[in-house]
Design a protein around this ligand. Structure first.
Ligand code: HSE
Length: 313
């Protein structure tokens, strides 16, 4: 048996505009690393966390990595003990699937430590339990963090995960992730969503999701990016949580952005471009604009990651 297993899990962009809670995409960076090893006593223990500024709980029942790891441990080897070390590469509460990345890395690491009896898809219930514990029950971050690429999620078990092929056109897109330094906890961003939506708006949203999934299957960049821009429900309800959202989105679209949407629950803005130079220019310009408003912001230019959680040497 392994003595320790290190696993990297990627950041993810959930929703992709209209696909609230059902569509998510893994990106090449950043990511979280979780190391699992055997403990002397039964249970799941978090022994160290780095990169979180001291903000995450060491109590495994309150930490997304701990909850996911404990689920897998209980399922596979309830008599054993597991220690976890968490290296956060993702900013917290930024809309990049931070809680999902830790949960997926932890569940994958424990599964590998115990001989990998479960497939990545079979780790969905453990990672979903972790998301539910900290930020709300949604699988559109954990699914692509487990599997890579773009995943359609229609339920809570492995058979409801539908990886969507990412063709060469869509794969060539540059993704600028602009993250202003404003925490938007997912639970809060979910609390502002409407309970009722007018029927014509529902029809519009269904059309947009259909177009988006079809665009992916036909590898059509124009159809894909126009579908991403058609969310008529969630962005409207959340945009006030993100400073200067509309100005940032419109500026990005004016600089070569094909689509500019809230990443997950925000505040990260996700902009797609054909050109790498435009992707960098958008990131630099928006970060400077935020700085002029006394808001720190960082940007990353990334791509879709075809790979989900993976063991590190
Ligand atoms: N679908 C979730 C939401 C993703 O938008 O609340 C959170 O990252």
């Amino acid at each position: 048996m392994n003595e320790a297993v290190r696993v990297y899990a990627p950041a993810t962009v959930a929703n992709l505009g209209p696909g609230f809670d059902i569509l998510g995409m893994a990106v090449t960076e950043p990511g979280d690393i979780v190391t699992a090893s055997f403990a002397d006593q039964p249970g799941t223990f978090i022994t160290r966390i780095t990169g979180d500024g001291g903000r995450l709980p060491l109590d495994a029942t309150l930490n997304t990595a701990g909850v996911a790891a404990n689920h897998v441990r209980r399922q596979l080897a309830p008599h054993l003990g597991i220690n976890l070390e968490i290296d956060k590469g993702l900013p917290l509460a930024s809309g990049l699937g931070s809680s999902a990345a830790s949960a997926v890395a932890a569940a994958t690491a424990v599964n590998l430590l115990l001989g990998a009896p479960l497939t990545p898809m079979e780790l969905l219930p453990a990672t979903l339990e972790a998301e539910a514990a900290v930020s709300g029950r949604h699988a559109d971050n954990v699914a692509p963090a487990l599997l890579g690429g773009i995943v359609l999620v229609t339920g809570a078990t492995a058979s409801n995960l539908h990886p969507i092929p990412v063709g060469p056109n869509i794969a060539s897109l540059n993704i600028t992730l602009i993250t202003p330094n404003v925490a938007v906890p997912t639970a809060e961003a979910r609390s502002v969503l409407p309970h009722l939506v007018p029927f014509p708006t529902v029809v519009h949203q269904i059309k947009a999701v259909g177009q988006l999934v079809h665009a992916l299957h036909s590898d059509d960049i124009d159809l894909f990016t126009s579908a991403m821009m058609q969310d008529a429900i969630v962005e409207l309800a959340r945009k006030h949580l993100i400073p200067h959202f509309e100005a940032a989105r419109d500026a990005a679209l004016g600089m070569g952005g094909l689509a500019a949407v809230i990443s997950g629950a925000g505040p990260t803005l996700c902009v797609l471009t054909r050109s790498h130079a435009a992707a960098n220019h958008i990131g630099e310009t928006l970060c400077n604009a935020y700085a002029a408003q006394s808001i720190n912001a960082v940007f990353r230019v990334v791509n879709i990651s075809q790979q989900g959680a993976a063991q590190l040497p």
